[in-house]
Design a protein around this ligand. Sequence first.
Ligand code: UGA
Length: 434
Amino acid sequence: MKIAVVGTGYVGLVTGTCFADTGNDVTCIDIDQKKIDNLNKGIIPIYEPGLTEMVLHNYEAQRLHFTTDLPAAIKPAEVVYLAVGTPQGEDGAANLSAMWAVVEAISPHLRDDAVVVTKSTVPVGTNERIYSMLKDFTGRNCHVASNPEFLKEGAAIEDFMKPDRVVVGVRDEEDAEVLRQLYKPFLRTEKPFLVMSPQSAEMTKYVANALLSTKISFINEMANLCEKMGGDINDVRRGIGHDSRIGFAFLFPGVGYGGSCFPKDVRALAAMAEEHGTVPQMLRSVDEVNERQKTVMIDKVKTHFDGKLEGKTITVWGLAFKPRTDDIREAPALVLIDWMLEQGATVRVQDPEALEKVKADYGDKLTYCERRMGSVDGADALVIMTEWKDYHSPDFAEMYQLMASPVIFDGRNLYEPERMKRRGYTYHSIGRPT
Ligand code: UGA
């Protein structure tokens, strides 16, 4: 199939590349000339395991093209994916100005039978609006479908290649069939291809992210309760997880969720709910609990040092909002770092992928460490904010010798409190006895 993907951000690039990988002829379009020039030179703008190799492979096979020439790419396309950014506006609602501009720009060039598909996370009703805009611009009923993505950063290729399900929102079966054929190679393990209305598909995306965020805020609140009332959240998690109605997934307590999706989508859904005259109590609470959770390490560090951080050297392991990405958007680590800098601490940071991005924002305010052990040499405390694999089994004996005082604040519960005590550390974690 001939496919055009408008927007070569995270979603667009992964979608286009994976469709090219199953033999389709894909052209990815962007208005950012530099980005397109770089992609044509094999320079990939994001860090995502496996993506670079796959882009290069399909580019060399001439199934994947990058261009700023929108009309030329749209004219032959049987399927046009819209994957432009939908950033959060000041009121929390999604800003769709880029989407509307693209819809207008593609309209004169669309084939009569082209299926236009939204892949970006868009408010419920966006598909309907695109449908009526295209009708105004072209004078005919166009094919507009919704196909939300459920990719996780760091596992995007795997998620795209082996989805748990594919959701499509369509007006007629013909459009569903086009997308069914496109997805056939990815659904060979009998995972479902779910057809529904465009509104339901749009809503599904928000509800999925809102429910996952709710699970995290819930377990974080319970972890904080364990700290106050006694109990170990890890045992509690095991105690509830074996109930098949509950399960284990997304119930790891930590320092709050971050990234470009959960915070934005929870707020956008709440804003939509308010726009429709309802009070989104759950959603607002999920967001508030999360904002609060991003400061739990501040409370712990503050208590330990009696509020006096001046002259202290604190090392932070993990800056990205989660492992296997260099993404620092809404990352809990940054909230802690800002506070420690305000308090006059010397802050050293270590991360396997995100150092460059943090350096671009913080410059010489921080000390950037390539090596884990070097980063704790002479430190008064270590705070772990992201559960990168590298942090799971450091040489505790060596670290004990290196640190000025052996204090660890573990925001991801990587180690066993009892063992840490035996190793001589003062060890603080989330929802577990100290
Ligand atoms: C999330 C969803 O998981 C994807 O399905 C969705 O497609 C994507 O948003 C999106 O809307 O584009 P992502 O933001 O990449 O994906 O990250 P997740 O792996 O879901 O993690 C989000 C945050 O939750 C991270 O900060 C992580 O540390 C935190 N988390 C996750 C926890 O604190 N505890 C958990 O048990 C799980």
